[in-house]
Every structure is written in structure tokens, then in C-alpha cells.
Design a protein around this ligand. Sequence first.
Ligand SMILES: [Zn+2]
Length: 414
Amino acid sequence: MNTERLLERFLEFVQIDTTARPEADSYPSSPGQLILGKRICEHLAAAGIEVRQDEHGIVWADLPANVDRDVPRVAFCAHLDTSPELPGAEVRPQVIRNYAGGDIPLPGSPERVIRFDETPALRQALGCTIITSDGTTLLGADDKSGVAAIVEAFTYLAEHPEIPHGPLRACFTCDEEIGHGVDHITAYKMDAVCCYTLDGVGTDTIDVETFSADEAKIVIEGVNVHPAIGKGKLVSALKAMASLVNRFPRNQLAPEATEGREGFLHPHRMEGTVERAELRILLRDFETGQLVRQAAMLERMISEVREEFPGIKVDFEVRKQYRNLRDGLKNEPRVVAFAEEALRALGRTPRRAIVRGGTDGSLLTEKGVPTPNLSSGQYTPHAFTEWACLEHIELAARWVVAIAQRWCDSEAAR
Ligand SMILES: [Zn+2]
């Protein structure tokens, strides 16, 4: 791996503003994503790699097999956009070489400091090169660490034709942070036995499970008459909804009361008038079947409120969001096993993890492409104190190469 080139490109990528814009009606939601995509095309094309940016701004790169036998195609994926929660324009990266420990002040924002004591992962980065923002923006290592790792891995493979591999595909997606990362991707377009997203925190970690997720919408219609003559007639949708919200469990099944494998039922948005009130609720659990029980619980709460507020009309619907990655990974056990074996071949110890949320991989897996998520050397995403470790991004790039080799060696490929 060319560590200095990796650093240079990572720094270039984070300085291109690719903040996702949830309010935009274009795809991608911000022009910076197209600019970054173009730069990636230029870098990969310069290495002789076949690459194109499609009509949606998604970048596809292909490395043909360099062995005679039949090896299934494997894909790697990272997202170009950054979170809209924090400013992502005019990122001024700070590079600290040979990190010797201690707190890391952020030069543009004296009150923001990455504290050594509060950031256990910094211990794993002693002696390494650390990159931060100046504290006035996010860094964008989520997910430009993954982007840089895949670009370096593919460039390295193009430069080293003696390393045997099957057909490899890279895919750089747009608008992951606003839930549209795989809108324009199908199993047919991916055409791979599996895909690995490089969008995980830290090192040596494979996310093999996500939540299963639904969103419920409850609309209550009240009876609105002028309050002066409301006696015996007015039924407030607001009060009925407040009563409903009050029935949600607080000491269990709530995000503020759960962790690890525990699911939750989370009312997260409410708006309304006397006439009409609307509530949105997130249903989350690692066991997909539990979502049905959560919905049944909502139905019970609704019927109680109906009794309490005669005259209201209630509309209740549940929309599927995504499903636990595990459900789809089961169908192709080699996907995770090969990633682990590849990492061990690099002298590292792999760790399996679960995500209390969804990834592009959960959606891709549902579309028929098993897609676990790999760590990519990013830390504390979606924060002013976001940072990255160059050596850990490089490790992610080496992991990509090792996975390619492992699939090439597979029994099924012989
Ligand atoms: Zn990400």
C-alpha cells in the first residue's frame, strides 16, 4: 500500500463538501457528491481501472479477474455523502503524525478537544497518524475513510497484477446519510455474490446484524367546534394523542432505557391541532417477529384511547423500513467467514458486532446481495470531534485486498 498516497487522497476527499441535503429534490441531493465521484473516476482511470459515474452520480469501478478459473464477483461499497447534522463545507483537516498520546485540541474551536481519557480508541492509535477537522466542521471520515480505502485497494491491485483475484466491483453511493444510499442499486446492477460496505467505526470489526425496523404512523381526528360552544361536543385530537404518547413504556422498550440486543418503540415526531394530530413511531428489534408484537402493543394502546375519547377517528399504519442483516447473511455463510479469514491472514483478530440501527448493507442484503459492514478506521462519526487513523484506513484497504484473495482461493471457485 502507498500510505502517503492514501493520506493525500483522504485529505483531498474530506475537503470536498458532500453534505447530504434532506430537503433537496434532486439525486444526489448535493452537487459535491458528483464532484467527489468525478475525482474518484479520475484517480481510478489513471491507474488503468475501468470506471464510470452513472446517471444517478453513483460511481462503478471494475477489476476483471486475473485468474483462469471461475471466481464469483465480489463488490465493495462506500458512500460519498456526509451527515447533514453538522457543517461539512470548508473542512480544514489537521494531521498529527506519530501521535504520542494526550488530548487533541482542535485549532479552529478552542472549546472542543478530543479527550484521551474519554476516547479509548486513541490508545490503539499511539504512534499513528491521526486526522481531525479544525473543530468547526465534521471531518467526513464517515465515509471518506471507506472511500479512500477502496480507491487505494483497487489502485494497489491494478499495480500488482501478480496478486490473484476474481472479478471485483467497487460502488460509491450517494445520500446514504439521508436513507437513499441504495435507491438506485439493484442486485442485477451489483451482479456480485456479495458486497462489503466499508463504513464501520474502528478496526477489525464486522457488523453482522442490524435492527429490523418499521415505522408506524398514527393519525387521530377529533371533533372541532368553536371552543365557546364546545361543551359536550368538542373532542380534542391533541389531548387524545397526548394520552396515547403517555402510554408508551419509559423504563423498558424505550431508547433511553435499552442497549445491546434490546429493542424499542420510539415515538419520535408529533404534530397536530384540535382537529387532527399525527404521531410517528419507530419500531426496532433484532428479531423481526418482535415488530409484530410491538405493532400489536400500539393497537392495544389505541383502543384504550378510543374508549377514553369517544368520537375520535384513528388511522394506524405500519410501513416496513429494513430488516436485520443476519436474516440475509445466513443464506451465504462464506461472506462473513471469508472476511474473518482474510483479516486473520493479516495477523489481526476479527470481531463480530451488532448495529443498533440500519446500514446500506441491510437494504442491499434485502435486495438479494448479502452485505456485512467492515470497519474503516473512522471514529466518533457525526461529531465535531470526529477523527480518523491513517494506519487503520490502510488496514481496511489491506483487508479489501485480502478478501479478494480469499474469495479467489475458495473451494467453490476451483
Ligand atoms: Zn457512514
